[in-house]
Design a protein around this ligand. Structure first.
Ligand code: GDP
Length: 284
């Protein structure tokens, strides 16, 4: 079931994909992305397609096992996705509400994506980076031990809802599994779960809680590797290859392509925005 859904998605993405380079023309877009488009090609690849940039560091002749271009949008597609994430009077991007139970969650009219990961994996930082084109959005962080953590809902215009799930592992609330499990299992408009893994340390024991949930409920999910600015190139390559192998051999519902990101350098952020806009049906 999960595999079927996955391959449907992949086929669809292939259909909309365009080659990098072919779309490098002037595009009416935000000033921020216009500046990205002016970067020299190597820097642009590093910023926008960090996984493809890593490929350059493999020993010549060795075959990297990474799936680099399953989702390979053109720069025009990425620019269009930027406008989905840009706040304006006609595109209100805002915190909606918080909930500790699914029946307190807001309405189901828009498609939804959720972000899940261990405490300290970089989830709040990533969500802030995704919302950098809507600087008034406040990403709430509650990190005090014992403080009840909630699911936080953000409205992205008329396009979709983004849900920041409570962090698991150390300091997770006792009822975390119940809350998250019920949400993942029952939320009808949930289009994709973004599961965050710290690229410095790779998949940890506690990450398996979330992986097993996604697998058990046959959810389509995506592995996002955080903090890629933080490790050496060698360590990053090692972790990325290990995680890729894990995804290829041990998962059914995980999208085969990894999404490395940095909330500090913004590497991978534009591509992730584009992926989200795409899977919520907003790049048609
Ligand atoms: P959360 O608990 O998952 O919400 O994690 P935070 O977003 O609060 O990040 C945990 C720590 O990692 C903080 O000290 C952040 O500054 C740091 N951090 C988060 N993302 C990045 C990143 O992309 N690069 C680096 N170098 N540090 C990061």
């Amino acid at each position: 079931m999960a595999a079927q859904r996955l391959w449907f998605d992949v086929g669809w993405l292939f259909a909309m994909g365009a080659e990098l380079g072919s779309g490098r023309r002037a595009y009416c877009t935000s000033q921020a992305f216009a500046e990205v488009l002016r970067l020299p090609s190597k820097q642009l690849t590093k910023l926008v397609f960090p996984l493809q940039e890593l490929e350059r560091h493999f020993v010549p002749g060795s075959r990297p096992d990474l799936h680099l271009k399953i989702f390979n949008p053109s720069l025009d597609d990425i620019a269009r996705a930027e406008s989905v994430f840009t706040a304006s009077s006609r595109n209100r991007i805002e915190y909606l509400s918080s909930a500790v139970r699914l029946d307190h969650a807001p309405d189901l009219r828009r498609p939804e994506v959720c972000f899940i990961g261990r405490s300290n994996v970089g989830k709040s930082s990533l969500i802030k980076a995704l919302f950098s084109l809507a600087p008034e959005v406040e990403v709430r962080v509650s990190k005090k031990p014992g403080h009840t953590k909630k699911m936080n809902f953000f409205k992205v215009g008329k396009y979709f809802t983004l849900v920041d799930m409570p962090g698991y592992g150390y300091r997770a609330p006792e009822d975390f599994v119940d809350m998250v499990e019920t949400y993942l299992k029952e939320r009808k408009n949930l289009m994709r779960t973004f599961l965050l893994v710290d690229s410095v340390v790779g998949i940890q024991k506690t990450d398996n809680i979330a992986i097993e949930m996604c697998e058990e409920f046959a959810l389509p999910y995506v592995m996002v590797l955080t903090k890629i600015d933080k490790s050496s190139k060698g360590n990053l390559l090692k972790q990325v290859l290990q995680i890729q192998k894990f995804v290829d051999t041990k998962t059914q519902g995980c999208f085969p392509q990894l999404f490395p990101v940095s909330a500090v350098t913004y590497s991978g952020i534009h591509l992730l925005r584009c992926f989200i806009a795409n899977i919520t049906g907003n790049l048609d």
